[in-house]
Write a protein that binds this ligand. Structure first.
Ligand code: FAD
Ligand code: FES
Length: 244
């Protein structure tokens, strides 16, 4: 069940070029699951901004965001102790039913699609499920959380500028390592390429959002079965229902 709460900023630090890690804390009643997101009300902006939950611990939720427009720019200037109106946890989250029967699991993340996969990686580790992680960055300057993933998983990294990991795309790495099932989040071109490989998996999709909780149909998306709302029936979709 979703709640609208006022949480406070614990920290808001720059992780990489234009990329920030924000921790917000307070009384967290409804515990989130990996793949879910929060919707933050930013002063002077009518629409809330959605961000995936990157980590959750006791009274603290972490998000990682990239400055892409006025809302995220404003977020990056916020200082600790500032109150934030937050709607959470939103969306369906990754389906981990029978995950132990899926064979070799791989997590594939690109850019600011990486945050929800960190929460997922921690959960899989807790469940004692083996998995490997493939992360893709455009440049070394925009890379983040490499050490954090290394601490909990076998990690492969690709970057376009070749300054961190293998030069190229995550799909270049995917061609080299066998896997049976994937969880992925990242830029549309990456999601399409991962989907095209043809294995079974789950994809976290993005759409521009209005309400964020299923009321406005603003985030509707065509799937193989019917039109679904990314904020309510998603953002996680099975590979079999995704139509690119
Ligand atoms: C489910 C979900 C999870 C997300 N998780 C993350 C995350 O973990 N880290 C991160 O950096 N970004 C994430 N995004 C994208 C993030 O919401 C946008 O980058 C952000 O809203 C841009 O706001 P802005 O005011 O800076 O940009 P502007 O372009 O000025 O925003 C204008 C409007 O478009 C919407 N918008 C812009 N880009 C997107 C987008 N890609 N998806 C949805 N709405 C968008 C904004 O919410 C706003 O209503 C997520 C988006 C969705 C839908
Ligand atoms: S954003 Fe309103 S229904 Fe999804």
């Amino acid at each position: 069940m979703k709640s609208q709460v006022v949480l406070k900023i614990k920290s808001n630090i720059k992780l990489a070029k234009n990329i920030f890690l924000m921790k917000i804390f307070g009384y967290i009643e409804n515990l989130p699951v990996p793949g879910q997101f929060i919707n933050i009300k930013i002063e002077n902006f009518f629409l809330r901004r959605p961000f995936s939950i990157c980590n959750f611990k006791e009274d603290t939720i972490s998000i990682i965001y990239k400055i892409v427009g006025k809302g995220t720019k404003s977020l990056s200037k916020m200082k600790p102790n500032k109150s934030l109106n937050v709607l959470y946890p939103l969306g369906n989250g990754f389906d981990l039913n029978d995950v132990e029967k899926r064979g070799k699991i791989i997590l594939v993340g690109g850019g600011v699609g990486i945050p929800p996969l960190y929460f997922l990686a921690k959960e899989l580790k807790k469940l004692k499920i083996n998995f490997e992680v493939v992360l893709g960055f455009t440049t070394y300057e925009e890379s983040f959380f490499v050490k954090e993933f290394l601490d909990i998983s076998k990690l492969h990294v690709a970057s376009i500028d070749g300054k961190i990991g293998k030069k190229g795309l995550v799909t270049d790495i995917l061609k080299e390592i066998s896997h049976d099932y994937y969880f992925t989040c990242g830029p549309l071109a990456m999601l399409k390429a991962v989907h095209k490989i043809g294995k079974e998996g789950q994809l976290s999709l993005e759409e521009r959002m209005g309400c964020g909780f299923g009321a406005c149909m603003g985030c509707s998306l065509r799937t193989s079965t019917k039109v679904k709302r990314v904020c309510a029936e998603g953002p996680i979709f099975k590979s079999s229902e995704v139509v690119f």
